[in-house]
Ligand binder design. Structure first.
Ligand code: AN7
Length: 358
């Protein structure tokens, strides 16, 4: 790991930066769009109100606007190393955008299968512009994932969903960054959980670090949307539904990894309603100046709910993972927007409007 002082201009992307901690050899191509090295921003409003110290890990600052880029860099590098010429994924959107970008970067063909009508506009736009072959299927992400897993067994194509272990390996690098930026791991890590790859990855990263250094791992707090909360309920959800389409998943592929992370860390799973998600979405923007997509806001909503339950000790250091950028889902933002008024293009009209609001 490089020191914090060398971050910035010399950042080389997650594979090169963390090669010693990843299953790579000198022959593994250093595929990168300079993913990782994302900001850890203090959340003054959330922290003060809760009596804890809160930082937000802004994963929306990755090259395609989500945390998926960390794992995708490595998954695509390995696909290249293995001589594959195409990648395939099912996706609620962000995996598709990331796969499409890294495939474009490396000259691989990219096939993405989306749940019809349930992917945020910005993510589809990304997949289109990066040149992916886009297909949609009726039903939810879970059936799309089942389909691509079957196809990947029959075709010479690299499956780049988080069932691909290289995705998990790449994503664990975020736990290294959090630890390095704070100087120690936080006491709790709060993150949204859909297919459960990310919580599995963070936990792998923290436990690997704890083996070589003397510190305790954070309690892992996995947040799900109420209508798609299999890990909270302890049972698959057959018709997942939530405003946070990224985590509209009823049967997480990394179920066991998620359960282990929460259990072994002394953490928890928590469900939040769509109303709580949208309230947190607005608090992040309004009070912290941070625009995160609804699935990421779910983590902030979960944090607020855990605060209400007295879950954190006073002064605890908590990191909330904001997994994707708010611009991913412009339709959600506009649905909340008041009517924008047109005024005459003159000073009098503008001054009249601003009035005592200056
Ligand atoms: C913004 O893109 O599953 O628990 O296909 O896009 O590791 O699945 C996205 C998931 C959280 C949940 N936040 O992470 C996909 C996909 C955002 C996400 C998650 C997703 P996992």
């Amino acid at each position: 790991m490089s020191s914090v002082e060398t971050w910035g201009m010399t950042w080389r992307g997650v594979i090169e930066e963390y090669a010693a901690f990843l299953p790579v050899s000198p022959e593994t191509p250093r595929v990168t769009l300079l993913e990782g090295n994302t900001p850890l921003v203090p959340a003054v409003f959330l922290g003060k109100n809760a009596g804890v110290s809160v930082h937000l890990k802004i994963e929306g600052m990755n090259p395609t606007g989500s945390f998926k880029d960390r794992g995708m860099a490595l998954a695509v590098a390995k696909a290249l190393e293995e001589g594959k010429s195409a990648v395939l994924c099912a996706s609620t959107g962000n995996t598709a955008a990331s796969a499409a970008a890294y495939a474009a970067r490396t000259g691989l063909r990219c096939w993405v299968v989306l749940p019809e009508g349930k992917v945020a506009l910005g993510k589809v736009a990304q997949a289109v512009v990066y040149g992916a072959q886009i297909l949609q299927v009726p039903g939810d992400f879970d059936s799309a994932l089942k389909l691509v897993r079957q196809a990947a067994e029959r075709l010479p194509i690299a499956l780049v969903n988080s069932v691909n272990p290289y995705r998990i390996e790449g994503q664990k690098t975020a736990s290294f960054e959090v630890t390095q930026a704070l100087g120690h791991p936080p006491e709790a890590l709060v993150l949204p959980v859909g297919n459960a790859g990310n919580i599995t990855a963070y936990w792998k990263g923290f436990t690997e670090l704890a083996r070589s250094q003397d510190f305790s791992c954070p309690r892992m707090c996995g947040i799900q949307a109420e209508g798609a909360a299999p890990l909270v309920k302890g049972a698959r959800v057959s018709d997942p539904e939530t405003v946070a389409t990224a985590i509209r998943i009823g049967n997480p592929a990394s179920w066991d990894g998620a359960v282990r992370a929460a259990k072994d860390s002394g953490g928890t799973f928590q469900a939040v309603s769509d109303q709580e998600i949208l309230a947190a979405y607005r608090i992040l923007a309004d009070k912290e100046g941070i625009f995160a997509e609804p699935a990421s806001a779910a983590a902030a909503a979960g944090f607020l709910k855990l605060v209400d339950q007295g879950y954190f000790r006073k002064g605890a250091r908590v990191v909330i993972i904001l997994t994707g950028h708010g611009l991913k889902d412009p339709e959600r933002a506009m649905a909340l927007s008041p009517q924008i008024r047109t005024i005459p293009a003159n000073l009098e009209a503008l001054e009249g409007e601003i009035g005592s609001g200056a």
